[in-house]
Design a protein around this ligand. Structure first.
Ligand code: SAM
Length: 390
């Protein structure tokens, strides 16, 4: 259902919320929301009241058709909704519609144009993203354990072995200050920043998700390494870099998420100098996974990507198709307790995760399921650190 349907049904309880940030796009989002409110039977509420967790408003939003308009990929509106555990809403981001932050002049004509576009869009044209109703953290449509850990649990480091595994890879890669490093699928930028701080070298992080890149930029600035680290949104299957540009690439927990693993491996090799090295961390089976194990896996932990995991040997063969040298280091899966998690993620995020765990039964249930699953099959589950060389 989209806004058009809201209008058709003359629903009284439709609500629009908008970012009203200081930039041109924030102003635009706010004014478009007002235009929609003034033209259609829909109420406008204050996003800041959602951020302040106003009880009455949260209850109203739980039973209302809601439209959230953000200006830019900082996604304040979306984050505020997620923080309040509201997931059943339509979402529009003005940058997705082609408007550029810092370069958009807010005119009455433009406000009308965007309000009309939103009102007349249907679910198919992606101006309004129809999010599935999520009663549970894990539904058919939301079936990726990494999304769950990132979007619902709030973790920022999302690969097996955590920081310890990253430090192992970095030691094996022998990074030096004068080197240029590419962090492929950098997520929220934790590893890129860690590398820049540890070695003082130049790092570029890329990820397919624009909002992760925006968060990574803020994180690098906060840690005083934004002169060394840059981030950009890009697809690992088609890296926007010249041949032989990097000394090192690192990719953690990403091959199991891409459609074409071989293409990503070839791209990593292409952008590396002759003799350049790549470090990969990937979930790996200790023995070939039987079909019933795989079925059970995707059912129990609700992770489509699990069917992309292969054995240590199969990963090795895959890397050997592209790289001259491949070294495999296999590890048992280890588990971060809360204290370990706080050490890695930092006190603020750690406490936030603990709070969610304690107060949100759906989160707790799925986290426990995940932990139990990984503990139940030690004969299958491990992770590999693969060091490959051009
Ligand atoms: C499990 S997370 C790991 C993130 C980070 N490397 C870490 O260790 O915390 C996987 C990441 O891969 C990114 N990703 C998935 N497919 C991608 C692609 N084709 N190109 C670039 N990034 C991709 C996701 O957006 C996500 O940030």
């Amino acid at each position: 259902m989209n806004i058009q349907h809201l209008e058709n049904k003359q629903m009284e309880n439709g609500i629009v919320l908008a970012c009203s940030g200081a930039s041109d796009l924030g102003e635009l989002a706010d004014k478009v929301a007002r235009k929609i409110r003034n033209t259609y039977p829909i109420n406008m509420k204050c996003l800041a009241m959602v951020a302040a967790q106003d009880k009455g408003l949260l209850e109203t939003l739980q039973s209302s058709e809601t439209l959230v308009i953000d200006g830019c990929p900082v996604d304040c509106g979306k984050k505020i909704m997620e923080e309040a555990w509201l997931s059943n809403y339509r979402y529009v981001r003005l940058t997705d519609m082609g408007y550029v932050k810092g370069q958009t002049i807010v005119t009455e004509e433009l406000i009308n144009e965007i309000a009309n576009k939103i009102i007349n869009s249907d679910g198919a044209n992606r101006i309004i993203h129809n999010k599935p109703v999520e009663k549970e953290c894990c539904t058919e449509e939301n079936c990726d354990m990494f999304d769950f850990m990132s979007d619902y649990v709030g973790l920022k480091i999302l690969h097996p072995g955590g920081i310890e595994a990253t430090n192992n890879v970095l030691d094996m890669l022998k990074i030096e200050k004068n080197m240029k490093v590419l962090d492929i699928a950098c997520g929220k930028g934790r590893t890129s920043v860690h590398i820049a701080k540890k070695y003082g070298c130049q790092v570029i992080g890329i990820d397919i998700l624009e909002n992760s890149i925006e968060e990574a930029k803020i994180y690098a600035k906060k840690h005083g390494v934004d002169h060394l680290v840059t981030f950009q949104a890009a697809n690992a299957e088609n890296l926007p870099f010249a041949d032989n540009e990097f000394d090192i690439t690192i990719a953690q927990a990403m091959l199991i998420l891409v459609d074409n693993k071989e293409k990503v491996i070839r791209e990593a090799s292409r952008v590396l100098k002759p003799g350049g090295k790549s470090g990969w961390i990937e979930l790996s089976w200790k023995k070939p996974a039987k079909e019933d194990f795989l079925l059970n896996a995707s059912k129990e932990i609700c992770a489509k990507c699990i069917s992309n995991v292969v054995t240590f040997n199969d990963w090795e063969e895959m890397f050997k198709q592209v790289f001259a040298n491949v070294k495999v280091n296999s590890f048992d899966m280890d588990f971060r307790g809360f204290s370990e998690m706080i050490k890695e993620e930092g006190i603020l995020i750690g406490l936030k995760v603990m709070f969610r765990y304690m107060t949100k039964p759906t989160i707790r249930k799925r986290m426990m399921k995940l932990n139990n699953f990984f503990k139940t099959y030690p004969e299958y589950i491990g992770y590999g650190i693969y060091i490959t060389e051009n």
